[in-house]
Design a protein around this ligand. Structure first.
Ligand SMILES: [Zn+2]
Length: 847
């Protein structure tokens, strides 16, 4: 265990309060810092070990409680991101103050204390500085005990140019003008006791909204000049969700103010710094009149998610990074609750099925991992920000909530938060609280989902007057081995018989079990309501019965049927014709998510099929989607739900791209031309479809138009819409331009890796993109944020030929990725699944 110790700081000296003063220089991209840390020395020591990275430590001293000052010196250990402060004499136990003067750089890696730029209306580039500390980058901004359990109070002071805005976690208590320097000193109040990864400071030109009162605190939204008119929506959902959470948790908002700040360069979606949440612009700023429903929903989701963290994550924090899932899964779960309460017409829990399905896709691989696993090194923590932590985590919490009942679940959460507020907790503490308030075997149940990788396939067949259920791990790749992995599976049953509907909930703990009904059922739905994190495999008899009773199923249940069958097809458990015959029954559907899973499977097939078979796929898409587009028409109908408007766009997009339907392409081009003249004349929810079709059929002049629109966009949504559409052009010289664009510095590094991923997934471009990636790999690693590399590499799932698969494997064996190696392994296995599937579909289509 000596090995672990390397990554954990000794606890002989513990921080209580940091007084931190920073002077950033936005022209030289450096900063100077001073800190006074009140510490408790628990046992006499000669050295103090703490974290520091890319910092220079100039002066170190320690002041004892009796006023005596001892000088120290710092020895940096860059490899372990630490500093050892050595003193000439033994430091006795007790209280003391540690004083450190230091300096650092405002880096361009979008972590630590980093720089960002934006263009002002006059075309001038303007600088700003912001922070991103999670997981372990506070140490790049100031020497600290950079571990989540070493909570302390932070009092920040920022010295900045007079015209700039300075923001930190707490409210400003004083601003002093420093005569003759052109600078001011901005002094912030003490924060609550919190972890270092939640500290934030932001400096730049910003415009703020008026404050509204939310959860008892003033709430504001900040944006760089010119974008203030895009803040209204975020302010609305910010207030609604903060109010919602203070009621749900039954604890007031823990900070003294809350600022939501849009940062032009941002590596992830957003960051839950207490009182000063930072966002990438697309996740916060939006034009309510122009944005699609999906774009508005994204802002609502992210804002709610971060607000949920103010309690779950910030007020109560995981002890160590292995507990990260609890933070993220819970915030994801709460985000759904809050958005669902705010806009019930969006049916947020229905669309959550798409996220659940995405998690099941990864979790059905052999290279998956348990939600929680031991974490030693900080890089391992950084690799945990994935679909298993967020979406699988949130799915199993939702399954538990539905099994226990929403009120009982909420009561347990309240107990947990009150018990651990201002402190740290582990997964087991949550189960304690829930067991206390429900008297259910929560721990045993949840351990089977949290500490085991994968999920079960529940097989169902008729048995006497009831059904026989059995569980077996679901895997896409069958290797003939039999697993004895078992889960505690909440089974939600609904069955139809001659005398009515039977509903029953039970916990399947054994491998196999029979359930008797009073009367023989005509049809049975397992996973009624769709909350279970498992797949269902019905016997032929039961499947046929369900196909004949589809009107008895909710949209979510039909979604499950389609999605599970598609997964079974990919796994080779059922044949292509079984899937296609089911899909044919869905042609009349009006549900967005059912169509999304069908359209998703068509896109997957397009990557899998050989060139000469793509025409067959297009034809099938036209047969299936053509009549639906006909029914929906091209413009909004009176009284139509917004979800249906979005579906119309999705259907048009697939018909005009995958379906290659020429009338549809023609019409889309005409409407796009009209949209360019009069944006408001076109329903905003079909605009993404028009853009997709114009790119798919695009010429050089379309490309140049899109490029210009990306450059001149007035909203973040428009900017990314036209940027990412460049990946879908199919002419060879246009593909080359996009590849070049991904590394020539014109595209922010927060977006460039995702633009490149899009090109890898473009069938016409993938071979070129792959060669390009091999040739420019080192450049990409140098330019792009660390967390984006494995996400960019998801594009390799499009390289579906046995030869390319082999090449990809060899390349990554020689070039391992530093962060997210697990995700890379999963992309490689998904590619293997696709290659295996290729043969089955080829045989089927040729046969
Ligand atoms: Zn989060």
């Amino acid at each position: 265990m000596a090995q672990d110790k390397l990554y954990r700081l000794p606890t002989s000296v513990i921080p209580q309060r940091y007084e931190l003063k920073l002077t950033p220089d936005l022209t030289r991209w450096t900063f100077a810092g001073q800190e006074k840390i009140s510490v408790t020395i628990t046992e006499p020591a000669r050295d103090i070990l703490l974290n520091a990275a890319e910092l220079e430590l100039h002066r170190v001293s320690l002041k004892h409680a009796d006023g005596k000052i001892v000088q120290g010196r710092a020895i940096l250990d860059p490899e372990n991101e630490r500093a050892k402060l050595s003193f000439a004499e033994i430091l006795p136990a007790g209280r003391a103050e540690l004083l450190i003067e230091f300096s650092g750089i405002l880096n361009d890696k979008l972590h630590g204390f980093y720089r960002s730029t934006y263009k002002r209306a006059d075309g001038q580039d303007q600088p700003l500085a912001s922070t991103q500390f999670e997981s372990t980058d506070a140490r790049r901004a100031f020497p600290c005990w950079d571990e989540p359990a070493l909570k302390a109070v932070f009092q920040v002071t920022l010295v900045v140019d007079e015209k700039l805005t300075a923001i930190s976690n707490a409210r400003i208590i004083r601003e002093t003008h420093l005569d003759g320097t052109g600078k001011k000193e901005v002094i912030f109040a003490d924060s609550i006791k919190m972890s270092t990864y939640l500290v934030a400071f932001i400096v730049g030109e910003f415009e703020a909204t008026e404050a509204v009162s939310a959860g008892g605190a003033p709430l504001r939204v900040y944006a760089v000049p010119g974008k203030k008119l895009l803040t209204r929506f975020a302010l609305d959902i910010g207030k609604a969700s903060l109010d919602y959470f203070s009621r749900y948790y039954d604890i007031p908002y823990p900070g003294d103010k809350l600022d939501l700040i849009a940062i032009p360069d941002f590596a992830s979606g957003a960051m839950e710094n207490l009182g000063a949440i930072t966002f990438r612009e697309t996740a916060l700023l939006v034009d309510v009149e122009k944005a699609t429903r999906a774009e508005l929903e994204r802002v609502a989701d992210v804002v709610s998610h971060e607000n949920a963290h103010m309690w779950f994550g910030d007020l109560v924090t995981m002890k160590w990074w292995n507990g990260l899932w609890l933070n993220e899964a819970f915030a994801t779960f709460m985000e759904m609750l809050a958005v669902d309460a705010w806009r019930p017409d969006w049916r947020r829990w229905d669309s959550f099925t798409i996220s659940r399905a995405a998690a099941m896709q990864v979790d059905g691989l052999k290279s998956t991992r348990p939600i929680e696993f031991p974490v030693e090194r900080p890089e391992e923590a950084a690799g945990m920000f994935d679909v298993l932590t967020y979406e699988k985590g949130a799915s199993v919490l939702r399954m538990l909530e539905q099994y226990l009942g929403a009120d009982a679940f909420r009561d347990g959460i309240r107990v947990y938060l009150k018990r651990h507020q201002y402190g740290n907790a582990e997964t087991t503490d949550l189960w304690d609280a829930l067991e206390n308030s429900t008297a259910q075997p929560v721990r045993t149940l949840m351990d089977s989902w949290i500490f085991q990788p994968g999920y079960p396939l529940i097989t169902v067949e008729k048995h006497g007057r009831g059904v026989r259920l059995s569980q077996q791990i679901f895997r896409y790749l069958q290797d003939g081995s039999i697993s004895d992995q078992r889960w505690y599976v909440p089974i939600f049953l609904r069955a139809g018989s001659k005398s009515g509907i039977i509903e029953q909930t039970l916990l399947l703990t054994e491998q196999e079990r029979t359930v008797e009904f009073e009367e023989s059922p005509e049809w049975v739905v397992v996973n009624a309501g769709g909350h279970g994190f498992y797949r269902v495999g019905y016997s032929h008899q039961l499947l046929d019965a369900l196909k004949g009773s589809l009107d008895q199923l909710s949209s979510v249940e039909k979604f499950g049927l389609v999605n599970d069958t598609w997964a079974a097809t990919l796994a080779g458990l059922v044949g292509p014709s079984d899937y296609l015959s089911l899909v044919d029954l869905m042609g009349e559907e009006r549900d967005l998510n059912i169509w999304a899973t069908i359209i998703g499977s068509c896109h997957q097939l397009e990557r899998i099929l050989a060139e000469d078979q793509c025409a067959r796929l297009s034809q099938r898409v036209r047969m299936l989607v053509g009549p639906a587009v006909e029914r929906f028409g091209w413009s909004t109908k009176d009284g139509e739900r917004e979800l249906e408007s979005q579906l119309r766009g999705d259907l048009i997009a697939v018909l005009g791209t995958l379906g290659e339907e020429q009338n549809c392409q023609q019409r889309a081009r005409e409407l796009f031309a009209r949209y360019e003249k009069a944006p408001n004349a076109i329903d905003r929810n079909i605009v993404p479809a028009l853009v997709a079709i114009v790119a798919h059929t695009g010429t050089i002049s379309d490309y140049e138009n899109f490029y210009r629109r990306f450059k001149d966009a007035t909203t973040p949504q428009e900017e990314t819409r036209f940027l990412f559409a460049l990946a879908n052009f199919r002419e060879p010289e246009l593909i080359e331009r996009t590849l070049d664009l991904a590394i020539n510095g014109e595209v922010r590094t927060q977006n460039a890796p995702y633009l490149f991923r899009g090109v890898l997934l473009n069938r016409k471009a993938r071979a070129k993109a792959w060669s390009f990636m091999k040739a420019h790999w080192e450049e990409m690693l140098r330019q792009y944020p660390d967390n984006s590399i494995s996400r960019m590499c998801e594009g390799i799932v499009g390289l579906v030929t046995p030869e390319l698969e082999k090449e990809v494997r060899e390349f990554f064996a020689a070039h391992p990725v530093k962060q997210g190696s697990k995700q890379l392994e999963q992309h490689l296995e998904r590619l293997q699944v696709a290659v295996a599937c290729q043969k089955r579909w080829t045989d089927f289509l040729r046969g």
